[in-house]
Design a protein around this ligand. Structure first.
Ligand SMILES: Cc1cc2nc3c(=O)[nH]c(=O)nc-3n(C[C@H](O)[C@H](O)[C@H](O)COP(=O)(O)OP(=O)(O)OC[C@H]3O[C@@H](n4cnc5c(N)ncnc54)[C@H](O)[C@@H]3O)c2cc1C
Length: 493
């Protein structure tokens, strides 16, 4: 196993896209599951903490170490099997999501989870239960994971298959490959009904595999993943539409969302049924105009949408979207419609650009990200959004709002100009999170908690539940080796 210790070689592993900074003694690069086990046993023997690293695109500092060693998954990068008949694939965690998706698509298959940044590793998407634009139709990564290999902190290997190991109430019992038994309690808190990725996923009689999905490197190292695949849709209608005011853009999304729910309920295949509904506010469009001068001047909001189509319903569906565009006063002439795959990719890049611009901004200012990842129930979303934006304006902070509005999930990024504004932004961030929780929402719908959002998780679930999460971790990792500082503070362990 390659082990790197020189500062210039390990430097890249000491931060992530949220600009959180860390330190460590060494980075290990295992090339097989058995080398992962070897690394874990070394860490256990030498009482070293071990932080698992994907590709560092995380937005919460989850892969950033606070001492000890980093275990990079970049050499565990084989696609082991793709079964067209069985509609599944078996992959190692270091496979780049974009490469995996392109490979399955070349075989006429489809893997829906699509965080906007597709240079992430598939193992990390499982560890954070990532979502993306298509989550509006297809749900998060969790919905596609049907098997996992997980190396535990004592070096034992768990093989988990969906449906094979259920909790008994709030108690999970597991057996490792080596025959070791584990039995532990899971917290009995209630999770929000929105899109949600904050803290351990726990509920009565749950499938044990779900506990490890979204556990952010704190319970075990994911070394192999079996995912469910779907048939590749025949064709996709993809468009970016601009509106002359904010309300029209938001109303457009709301109506498209309701129509999509209705179509799914009725099993209709020639109605509006978006697979993604993404919003950009005026400030986002302003920021993007530098790279996309074709964004119409005067546009106050924009929406990117996609729907799967085929030869038989293409015309009907296109007409229905055009009617909706007209209904909410968007100019068909200034809208962008993709006529081929290359155009569709350009629209994806457009969506991606805004997220990257924020990451670049915070890296330039050398601050950590102050961006919400909040989702609230659909019926609360509009009022919540209005309140959130007003509060940022009141503080005179620069900001942009964009995100997965189909899922009532907004990324409001505050852009502080100096340390004073940064402090004000952090204070406001807590208030916004409190409001989201009051409305039965979540403080993290997709990025997870990592090291940046622990205080908000604490506020959301309360001290008692944080202690229950820590107790659960201690049952599987009694020496506190994995992902120290992620999800909750070390003091709870
Ligand atoms: C521009 C941009 C846009 C983004 N858009 C989205 C989005 O739309 N939706 C979304 O969900 N996220 C988004 N993200 C966040 C990020 O891409 C995802 O969280 C992604 O899953 C992280 O992958 P990574 O390989 O970079 O992981 P890293 O940042 O390296 O690690 C993330 C976490 O996973 C843990 N981990 C990694 N591998 C393993 C493993 N094998 N076993 C156990 N734990 C492991 C790490 O310890 C860490 O806690 C975005 C990020 C950027 C920069």
């Amino acid at each position: 196993m390659i082990i790197k210790t020189s500062p210039d070689e390990i430097e890249n592993f000491l931060t992530d896209a949220a600009n959180v900074k860390g330190y460590c003694d060494a980075v290990y690069f295992p090339e097989s599951e058995s080398e992962v086990i070897e690394a874990v046993k070394l860490a256990e023997r030498d009482h070293l903490s071990l932080t698992v690293s994907g590709n560092g695109t995380g937005l919460t500092g989850g892969r950033v170490p606070k001492g000890g060693i980093v275990l990079s998954t970049e050499r565990l990068n084989n696609i082991k099997e793709i079964s067209k008949e069985g509609r599944y694939a078996i992959v190692e965690p270091g496979v780049i999501l974009k490469d995996f998706q392109e490979t399955v698509e070349s075989k006429g298959l489809f893997y829906p989870p699509d965080p906007t940044e597709r240079n992430c590793f598939i193992g990390a998407t499982v560890a954070t239960n990532s979502s993306g634009a298509k989550t509006f139709k297809y749900g998060p990564t969790r919905n596609y994971v049907i098997g996992l290999n997980v190396v535990l902190a004592d070096g034992e290997l768990l093989r988990l298959e969906r449906g094979k190991c259920k909790a008994n109430g709030y108690v999970i019992s597991l057996q490792s490959e080596g025959g070791k038994q584990y039995s532990f309690e899971i917290p009995d808190y209630k999770m929000p009904q929105t899109k949600h990725a904050a803290g351990y996923y726990c509920h009565k009689d749950m499938d044990a595999i779900d506990l490890f999905i979204g556990s952010e490197g704190t319970l075990g190292i994911i070394t192999e993943i079996k995912v469910k695949l779907l048939d590749l849709p025949e064709n996709i209608l993809s468009a970016v539409v601009f509106f002359e005011n904010e309300e029209d853009g938001l109303n457009f999304i709301e109506e498209a969302r309701n129509l999509s729910y209705e179509a799914r309920l009725n099993g209709a295949n020639n109605e509006i049924d978006a697979r993604g509904l993404e919003y950009f506010d005026e400030n986002s469009l302003h920021m993007l105009r530098e790279d996309y001068p074709q964004i119409p001047q005067g546009a106050k909001s924009g929406v990117w949408f996609e729907q799967e189509i085929n030869d038989s319903n293409e015309e009907d569906i296109f007409t229905k979207w055009l009617e909706l565009v007209a209904k909410f006063n968007a100019n068909e002439e200034t809208a962008w419609f993709a006529s081929n795959n290359a155009d569709r990719e350009k629209f994806k890049d457009f969506r991606h650009s805004i997220s990257w611009k924020i990451s670049e901004f915070i890296a330039r200012r050398n601050i950590t990200k102050v961006g919400t990842d909040i989702a609230v129930p659909d019926d609360k979303f509009r009022d919540f959004l209005k309140e959130m934006v007003q509060s940022v304006k009141k503080e005179n902070l620069d900001y942009v709002v964009y995100g997965h509005f189909g899922n009532s999930h907004a990324h409001l990024n505050m852009l502080p100009k100096d340390q004073i504004e940064f402090v004000a932004a952090k204070k406001l961030y807590m208030q916004i999170c409190k409001r989201a929780v009051e409305l039965s929402g979540t403080i993290s719908a997709e990025h997870g908690i990592g090291k940046l959002k622990k205080e908000y998780l604490h506020m959301m679930f309360g001290e008692e539940n944080i202690k229950k999460m820590a107790k659960l971790k201690s049952s599987l990792d009694p020496k506190h080796i994995f992902g120290i500082g992620n999800i909750f503070d070390e003091k709870y362990l």
